[in-house]
Ligand binder design. Structure first.
Ligand code: FRU
Length: 479
């Protein structure tokens, strides 16, 4: 199955339609990807995998695709690492994580299969590699099974193991639905083979807190989790079906006691982040830049691919809040520079300011009582809007006037915009915006707010203009 998938990728990747292909974001060579998996450092290089379905640009039986990088921005496809070809994972190799352990690279993932009674179950499996390319699944899989669940644990919702090294062995945090609600369970093992459930690390966060990423950051315990059916709460949690949150706090007696829980990114296209510690000590996150329950023009127009990751982002915690900035390595890709001071009074174009792939820094001073807008990916009346209103302190990133929709089959969509309150902001704000063919990542201030949105304009869409009443200092680099 693995060879078949590899051969398919080789034959069909050259045929995907290049129109919307990103230039500095990791994207699937063909078919579909969702969650990042196994983000890690192995022998000094960065590796990341993805939930991968090679044969169509929609979700299907999950393989793991594999990429490597020396700088977190230029990623090279390494092939298919796992295929759903064993009795314990023949319905899919679902999400998981990776760790370097001496000479070997350990992957832990969720194997989905039917049990003897025909029920679909999810159990945790291990594969290892000695060259960082070829992986061998362990004969004793699954290593953490339904038998290890507490009595009320749903066997069909038990997934996304996060592997952690401890002073006396190993720990796994995995999502599981219990009788009352979703939770994350903690398992320990001396040898990666024998596992014991030691209890509930986190509960009471939505129906299913998927894809736990857990570990220290700036002296605190930081959990990133992608939550199904978190009750909507104004602008804090906007999606209703899938929201990514961070919890900052301290673990005590095996329980994470969160002091703060907020959205990681309030745009419509951000899910399933994972993070690593780089050799120079930075905490770096990467996420799926897309979302469940939407459709993509790259699928319904027959382009042959769907799925990409966000830019890798450096994380830090300040006053209990998560800050995120594009990795500094991105600056090495900066090409031609542009700089200008612009007085904006109504729709204002700036001679020489245009592009489809760039890094844009804006320092905006809004006139009293007014608002400010930057229009990206513009073709006449169609554009992507990033708008700030000091009266409400709300920053909006909105693709609803920009080309193809992401509703089913190209129809209307539920959430074409993300909105965030810039707490403490005045009439002066700073934005950093990354645009790459069909995506817009907006970072405000020091990275207190991020809004990630896909957008698929119909034409060349190289326009950049401003609207509202404001003064803007613009710096831009082609990427
Ligand atoms: C999250 C998720 C995971 C699961 C995977 C399946 O996006 O639903 O919980 O392991 O995707 O592809």
């Amino acid at each position: 199955m693995l060879q078949k998938a590899e051969a398919y990728v080789r034959a069909h990747a050259p045929q995907v339609d290049p129109t919307f292909r990103p230039r500095f974001h990791l994207a699937t060579p063909v078919g579909w990807i969702n969650d990042p998996n196994g983000f890690c450092v192995f022998r000094g290089r960065y590796h990341v995998f993805a939930q991968f379905h090679p044969y169509d640009s929609v979700w299907g039986p999950m393989h793991w695709g594999h990429w490597v990088s020396d700088d977190l921005v230029v990623w090279t496809w390494l092939g298919v690492a796992l295929a759903p070809d064993s009795p314990y994972d023949d319905m899919g190799c679902f999400s998981g994580t990776a760790l370097e352990d001496g000479e070997r690279l350990i992957l832990i993932y969720t194997g989905v299969h039917r049990d003897a009674d025909g029920r679909v179950v999810q159990e945790q499996c291990i594969a290892e590699s000695h060259d960082g390319i070829h992986f061998e699944k362990w004969a004793c899989n699954p290593v953490i099974g339904v038998k290890d669940l507490p009595p009320d644990g749903a066997p069909e919702d038990f997934r996304d193991p996060k592997l952690i090294r401890t002073p006396d062995g190993w720990r796994v945090i995995a999502a599981n639905r219990g009788e009352k609600n979703g939770r994350q369970l903690s398992f320990v093992s001396p040898d990666l083979i024998h596992w014991t459930c030691e209890g509930v690390l986190l509960e009471g966060v939505g129906q299913m807190p998927e894809c736990p990423d857990y570990g220290p950051c700036d002296g605190r315990d930081l959990m990133l989790t992608s939550v199904m059916n978190l009750p909507q709460d104004g602008l804090r949690f906007q999606n209703g079906h899938h929201d990514v949150v961070y919890l900052v706090g301290q673990e005590r007696d095996g329980r994470l006691l969160p002091e703060r829980m907020e959205a990681v990114d309030l745009g419509p296209d951000f899910y399933a982040p994972q993070r690593i510690r780089t050799p120079d000590g930075r905490s770096v996150m990467i996420a799926w830049m897309d979302m469940w329950q939407t459709d993509s023009p790259t699928h319904y127009l027959g382009h042959g691919w769907r799925g990409q990751f966000t830019i890798a982002r450096e994380l830090s915690i300040r006053d209990g809040r998560l800050l995120q900035r594009p990795v500094r390595e991105l600056e090495r890709l900066r090409g031609e520079a542009f700089e200008a001071d612009v007085q904006v009074d109504g729709e204002t174009a700036v001679p020489g300011l245009c592009g489809r792939r760039y890094d844009l820094l804006l320092d905006i001073a809004v006139r009293p009582g007014a608002w400010a807008e930057v229009r990206l990916l513009q073709d006449g009346g169609e554009y992507f809007s990033v708008r700030y209103d000091p009266q409400t302190q709300v920053l909006t990133a909105d693709r609803s006037r920009c080309g193809y929709t992401m509703g089913p089959g190209g129809g209307p969509e539920v959430k074409p915009a993300g909105r965030a309150v810039l707490e403490g902001a005045t009439d002066r704000i700073s934005l950093r915006i990354l645009v790459d063919q069909c995506s817009v990542e907006v970072f405000a201030g020091d990275g207190e707010v991020a809004l990630t949105t896909l957008a698929f304009p119909k034409g060349p869409a190289e326009g950049i203009s401003f609207a509202g009443q404001c003064a803007v200092h613009v710096r831009k680099w082609a990427l």
